[in-house]
Design a protein around this ligand. Structure first.
Ligand SMILES: *Cc1c(COP(=O)(O)O)cnc(C)c1O
Length: 445
């Protein structure tokens, strides 16, 4: 279809083309039971992934001291952010019913971003497969601390791991694969920050810089890797393992909510707002949450107004066949973790049945929210990690949001609702860069 036809038929496209923030409800969502009938993945896959991470816990506890407090499990806290909720109400001039929390993946050990969930999982699975095949690991019951031994490192040194990235995926893949002893090459797109490249080089990783966007950097990496039988490519656009690694977050969050005394049921809805780049992390996490909480969880992805790749993919049902450039957008965003012009086809097609909707956030609002998060909650997030935060305000302030609450009979339950904005990165940003973000954000307040 042509741009003109889309613009005529889909009301949201005009707003998108004008970079107007919006809250969108996915009318393709037909409940979890219907969605599950169309999904090749299920709770079994999530439990399999979770068990794999549990097997590696002894290795992490021994070799990564920062994971010791949590017995070698890479996980983050859930924090209430009441001051930020108050600010959102003032800033967007709306009352937000329910409690607001921040899921602190900005503090995930080892990699400091949400990528630690999917990317580290995929590298571990590949390492486990190779070690079992070679027989140096005898079974799932074997001693996984062996993965830190010289014997294992010498074995993995013969193998390569590659990835194409805007930066953060490279850090998670690079740090993990290098620690195991793999030969690692990271293909970086032009958004990638200098400090991320330096961090990886210090770990002995080869960084290839591309003067092109994310989609092309991935293609370069994929081509180079395919030419080499001992090379494994972590494919952000197509990887099922990456996706399944993210899903485990749902089991962890379920436990955390229980421990915090937060109920999720028909009378206590849970709203999730997840920053979305290519879609793997919000897709995996929300797929998992739908398996755990069914229709009581309401899942919304969040993207920059300049980079709504998942949104245009779902609205047009063309998924990865459309890029934000097809809509005349400049694809320029400060939220580098979300700088993905074309969504993952596999994730978008699957999640079209699971996401309840999405939203877009302007560059200005993101910048203002970054500084306010520091002032009010003393939490230092990188730009991409703020994208979901306006979600609860839009839900109550927009017509689409009000209609959603109405249709789902949620109005009288919202005082008992929980809203979670998923914070996806920040703790590794160098102090000078964070200070520059902070100063810039003050101009928008
Ligand atoms: C990658 C990333 C995201 C989005 O994850 P996708 O899997 O690309 O959708 C969000 N925030 C940060 C900081 C990221 O690095």
């Amino acid at each position: 279809m042509s741009l003109q036809k889309w613009t005529d038929q889909i009301p949201e496209i005009t707003k998108i083309r004008n970079y107007q923030p919006l809250f969108w409800v996915n009318d393709n969502y037909d409940g979890v039971i219907a969605a599950n009938k169309k999904s090749p993945y299920s709770m079994d896959d999530i439990e399999d992934a979770s068990a794999r991470l549990d097997r590696f816990a002894a290795y992490f506890a021994k070799y990564f001291p920062e994971t010791q407090d949590n017995d070698g499990i890479i996980e983050s806290e859930l924090n209430a952010i009441p001051h930020m909720k108050g600010f959102l109400e003032d800033y967007y001039d709306v009352q937000i019913q329910g409690d607001l929390y921040l899921k602190r993946d900005d503090t995930l050990p080892i990699a400091g971003t949400i990528k630690a969930r999917g990317a580290i999982y995929e590298v571990l699975k590949h390492a486990e497969d190779l070690a079992l095949e070679q027989g140096i690991l005898t079974s799932y019951e074997d001693d996984y601390t062996k993965f830190g031994s010289q014997e294992f490192k010498d074995f993995f040194a013969d193998y390569k791991v590659m990835v194409g990235t805007t930066g953060n995926l490279g850090i998670s893949v690079g740090v993990m694969a290098a620690a195991l002893g793999f030969n690692v090459t990271i293909h970086m797109s032009d958004e990638a920050k200098e400090w991320k490249k330096n961090h990886l080089r210090e770990k002995g990783v080869t960084v290839v810089e591309h003067k092109t966007n994310f989609t092309e950097a991935v293609q370069h990496g994929r081509n180079q890797s395919q030419a080499d039988p001992k090379s494994y490519f972590v494919d952000d656009e197509h990887s099922v393992d990456l996706f399944l690694g993210y899903t485990v977050a749902a089991l962890r969050l379920q436990k955390q909510l229980e421990e915090a005394g937060v109920t999720v049921d028909a009378n206590h809805p849970l709203f999730i707002y997840s920053p979305c780049g290519i879609g793997g992390s919000p897709g995996g996490i929300n797929f998992g949450l739908k398996q755990v909480f069914g229709d009581h969880v309401h899942s919304f992805f969040a993207q920059p107004t300049h980079m709504p790749s998942m949104l245009v993919g779902l609205l047009t049902k063309e998924y990865d066949k459309v890029s934000v450039a097809d809509f005349g957008l400049d694809a320029k965003t400060n939220m580098d973790g979300l700088a993905v012009p074309r969504t993952s086809g596999f994730v978008a097609e699957l999640m079209h049945h699971y996401f309840n909707g999405g939203l877009t956030v302007s560059e200005e609002d993101q910048k203002a929210l970054l500084s306010k998060m520091i002032d009010l909650e003393d939490i230092h997030l990188e730009p991409a990690a703020l994208a979901g935060l306006p979600g609860p305000a839009y839900l109550f302030a927009s017509q689409a949001g009000q209609a959603y609450l109405d249709q789902n009979n949620l109005y009288d339950k919202m005082d008992q609702a929980s809203h979670i904005a998923w914070a996806t990165g920040g703790s590794m940003v160098p102090q000078e860069e964070m200070e520059a973000f902070y100063q810039e954000g003050l101009h928008y307040l």
